[in-house]
Design a protein around this ligand. Structure first.
Ligand code: HEM
Length: 348
């Protein structure tokens, strides 16, 4: 043993067998299908977002007189600032899309069922934290749309009975948009949500390790070897996935770089206010019903999604063998898609 390895072995007393055991998790063969292993995609994008976010944060200055100028400085003056900002923005879009696809896979393969109910709930925590991160990030630029988007969101929060006033105050750092609002949004975006996500991700992956990935067998999966090792096989696939994603993100950053709209004007409401695509469904819902009804019904739907594994368990106990959950899932997906496309197509 070299002196260097001896030095480290003495200070980090981990045995070879322990290390092998920790990294050699047997992965079921069906995880070779990329859509089964989609959980690794948002995990990788989260790392890209943290890296690019740290670089952006070293130039961003929250505040109504500084935010817009600092984003313009990043985009136009800082070396590769436009690239880092575009990577950050595109990673956010891909991360939300990746989480939705991963959640769909988990739903339609029933991977949330006993004993993985709690991991589904942790996943819902990850989804909500990502959405809050996306919303607060969008608000930081201090463009017309970011300003009015944050104003609309705070009014929506205000419509929640009992909690609304508190939530609005927490979001805006006051009763209405004020000079401290951007600092508050920045702290939520760059510190609070990433911290929540790191904690939730740790729990999520720990639960995957404790339970193992759910087992499914496909007709073409006939080989005697039903598992493959996490290191190096699965790790290599994830690295290749990461490289492909980086090429796609860089191409999008070149072809469709993050742009800037007009600076926020608190006295002029824009004719059209549109959030990011992943909020289209909620935005359309809000336009269909009075604010309190819309907010309460959305809360109930999120609650239902959160506790879905238990609702599904109850349905299956009452109607054994029925796949009613799959039908409910298909209807839910069609409704979400329909409302999203509707909001995308109409100007107002
Ligand atoms: C940042 C977001 C997320 C990340 C990085 C992530 C990561 C992962 C990873 C790496 C796995 C291992 C299997 C795979 O790759 O599919 C996994 C499994 C799982 N995830 Fe997620 N996940 C996220 C969000 C969610 C969401 C939103 C849900 C559902 C609400 C969810 C529910 C589950 C469940 C139940 C499993 C176990 C599946 C099985 O054993 O087959 N996850 N997740």
């Amino acid at each position: 043993m070299s002196r260097r390895s001896e030095f480290f072995r003495e200070r980090i007393p981990v045995r070879d067998e322990t290390l092998r055991e920790l990294t050699n998790e047997p992965v079921p063969n069906h995880m070779k299908r990329w859509w089964f292993a989609l959980g690794g995609t948002p995990a990788y994008l989260f790392l890209v977002m943290i890296g690019t976010g740290i670089l952006l944060a070293s130039y961003y200055q929250p505040g109504p007189t500084t935010a817009y100028q600092s984003v313009r400085f990043i985009t136009e003056e800082v070396a590769f600032g436009w690239y880092i900002r575009s990577l950050h923005k595109w990673s956010a879009t891909f991360m939300v899309a990746g989480i939705i696809l991963h959640q769909l896979r988990v739903f339609f393969t029933g991977a949330y069922r006993r004993p993985r109910e709690l991991n589904w709930m942790i996943g819902m925590g990850l989804l909500l934290s990502t959405l809050i991160g996306g919303f607060t990030g969008y608000s930081l630029v201090y463009e017309q749309l970011s300003f009015w988007g944050a104003t609309v969101a705070s009014n929506v929060a205000d419509a929640i009975p009992f909690l609304g006033g508190f939530l609005k105050k927490t979001l805006l750092a006051g009763d209405s948009y004020n000079p401290h609002t951007l600092s508050r949004l920045f702290v939520i975006h760059a510190a609070l949500m990433p911290a929540c996500m790191v904690a939730l991700l740790f729990l999520h992956i720990a639960m995957v390790r404790l339970h193992g990935v759910s087992e499914l067998h496909f007709p073409d999966d006939t080989g005697a070897k039903r598992y493959f090792p996490f290191v190096p096989d699965h790790l290599f696939s994830e690295i290749i996935m990461g490289l492909v994603l980086m090429i796609v993100l860089s191409t999008l950053a070149l072809v469709l770089p993050a742009s800037m709209g007009p600076m926020a004007d608190p006295l002029t409401t824009p004719e059209v206010i549109k959030p990011e695509w992943y909020f289209y469904v909620a935005f359309r819902w809000l336009k269909l019903f009075p604010a309190t009804v819309a907010v309460l019904s959305m809360g109930c739907i999120v609650f239902l999604f959160l506790f879905w594994p238990f609702v599904d368990g109850w349905i299956r106990r009452r109607r054994p063998g029925s796949e009613l959950s799959v039908g409910i899932g298909i209807v839910a997906v069609l409704c979400i898609l329909g409302l999203t496309v509707w909001e995308a197509l109409v100007a107002h």
